[in-house]
Design a protein around this ligand. Structure first.
Ligand code: ADP
Length: 402
């Protein structure tokens, strides 16, 4: 047996999963949230049983320690679980961490040094790594970065048209994010359709939303750029916007740079337009005649359609579109409205298959649709676990039980 502990350390939360990368079997999942607040919350699931606790958790160190206690108290015992490595989700890997990488002091320093490019994420990722290395000093720790899949985007797709020297000095390029999910879904789509030459569009629609164009397994475009703010309309983020809006708000509204950052990242998107960032609420309100929710949904799906058309043009054709993440996997309405009017690209959605009460990987276009539409549930944890095991095996360190 060889399992991997996957850790996703966010600014105020830690998500973890213990799983077998070979079979995909999940042995335990958990979450520590609202770290540092009086009402911290813990959830741990093993063997179909979930425990929930409202204990104060002061910081990430205490949170991870508490999570490990929960393994001891509610199973499975980590010492018997054959853990071969710890996989860490890292958001920004920059130009230096471009594949799953064994973490040593230098790699950790690199992750921290990239914080100016991902101020909301990398410091939290680094904290999780530091704490986990202290708790599991004998295990290999591996960083899997959201940016890695997109590192080799073609130059025209990764380059912003600004002064070259300024861009070089400040590491300004289009990095792309959600790469682990896009890579996983592209891989699964190729397997499901039995083709390795696909011109594929992957739509990752969760709280954060991004789209990629993938030709024969390699990304050629993606919608997120220097940060995860660019591209599609998201739960709380604007996505694409004229950058002059920032100057306008500074000059005319007197807003400071942090206020504008907060506005565009946390108070925009679906939330800014309708008051709600959860798509379930937005679609419910739109259905009951709420005009703001209706417009929010229209802006959201209009942006998706625009990108699908643009990416089909970028690839010079289209074989398949794959939907994934919370909204993409669950909202038939969003899938349908996003693809309305795209018959000229060969997209012929099957309304019955799209609306069927189904889960798991499935095709939702008609059998004779020139372009196939799929739903492919993402599994970033499994992908991180597989990459972690591969790196761990190549380092041959002892496992926890040895
Ligand atoms: P994250 O980006 O945080 O990983 P997820 O991929 O889990 O997010 O997606 C979360 C979002 O998915 C929620 O905000 C919610 O809007 C949406 N969602 C979940 N279930 C449904 C559903 N049945 N219908 C519409 N939207 C849904």
């Amino acid at each position: 047996m060889g399992t991997v502990l996957v850790v996703n350390s966010g600014s105020s939360s830690i998500k973890y999963e213990l799983l077998d990368p070979a079979s995909g079997q999940v042995h335990a999942t958990g979450l520590v949230e609202r770290i540092g607040e009086p009402a911290s919350h813990l959830r741990h699931t093993h063997d179909g049983k979930t425990v929930e606790l409202d204990d104060p958790v002061a910081d990430h160190g205490a949170g991870l320690r508490r999570a490990i206690d929960l393994f001891g108290e509610h199973g499975p015992a980590l010492s018997d679980a054959g853990v071969v490595g710890v996989g860490h989700r890292v958001v920004q890997g920059g130009e230096r961490i471009v594949e799953a990488t064994l973490i040593d002091d230098a790699v950790l320093a690199t992750i921290e040094a990239l914080s100016p490019l991902a101020p909301l994420h990398n410091p939290a990722n680094a904290t999780g790594i530091r704490v986990a290395r202290e708790l599991f000093p004998d295990l290999p720790h591996v960083a899997v970065c959201d940016t890695a899949f997109f590192h080799d985007l073609p130059m025209p797709a990764r380059t912003y048209a600004i002064d070259r020297e300024v861009a070089a000095e400040h590491q300004i390029r289009r990095y792309g994010f959600h790469g682990t999910s896009h890579a996983y879904v592209a891989d699964r789509s190729a397997v499901l359709l039995g083709r390795d030459d696909l011109k594929l569009i992957v739509l990752h629609l969760g709280n954060g939303c991004s789209v990629s164009a993938v030709v024969a397994g390699r990304p050629v475009e993606t919608s997120m750029g220097l940060t995860p703010l660019e591209g599609l309309v998201m739960g709380t983020r604007t996505g694409d916007i004229d950058p002059a809006v920032v100057f306008h708000l500074a000059r005319e509204a007197g807003l400071g740079i942090d206020e504008i950052d907060n506005l565009l990242n946390r108070r925009s998107g679906l939330k800014g337009l309708s008051g709600h960032n959860d798509m379930r609420e937005v679609t419910r309100l739109a259905g009951s005649g709420d005009e703001n929710a209706r417009l929010a949904l229209d802006v959201y799906t209009h942006r998706i359609r625009k990108y699908v058309g643009a990416y089909a043009a970028t690839m010079g054709g289209l074989d398949a579109v794959a939907f994934t993440a919370g909204v993409g996997e669950n909202s038939a309405l969003v899938r349908e409205e996003s693809l309305t009017g795209l018959g000229f690209l060969g997209i012929d959605l099957d309304p019955v298959a799209n609306r069927a009460d189904a889960s798991g990987e499935r095709i939702i276009s008609r059998a004779d649709s020139p372009a196939t539409v799929l739903v492919v549930p993402t599994n970033e944890e499994l992908s991180i676990a597989r990459q972690t095991r591969r790196v761990a095996e190549s380092t041959r360190q002892p496992n926890l039980s040895s």
